[in-house]
Design a protein. Structure first.
Length: 100
């Protein structure tokens, strides 16, 4: 029989996986458009730096889901790190998210 504590932990992990997946979709579309516009308006090196940071943010979402289920880090640490990554990419590279 599965303990109620284990079941609660599984339900929390499922809910956090959905939240991280939604954040991944947001990062893919919105920050992807913003980084692409940033790369068009700025130099080659800054565009490359923006794309690299965006790709790193995308990979961080997959790692966060893996780390969540493997209990490598606590959930607040993972969510704080992802939030910081979103703020960093969003405020520095992806301010213009228009699809022009």
């Amino acid at each position: 029989m599965v303990d109620s504590i284990d079941m609660l932990g599984i339900l929390i992990n499922i809910a956090l996986t959905f939240i991280i997946s939604w954040a991944l979709i947001w990062a893919f579309f919105m920050w992807g458009l913003g980084v692409n516009n940033f790369a068009k308006l700025h130099g080659k090196f800054l565009g490359w730096l923006g794309h690299c940071s965006w790709i790193l943010l995308m990979v961080a979402h997959f790692y966060a889901i893996f780390a969540l289920w493997m209990d490598l880090f606590s959930a607040p640490i993972l969510l704080t790190a992802l939030l910081f990554g979103h703020l960093l990419v969003g405020l520095i590279f992806a301010r213009n998210v228009s699809a022009r």
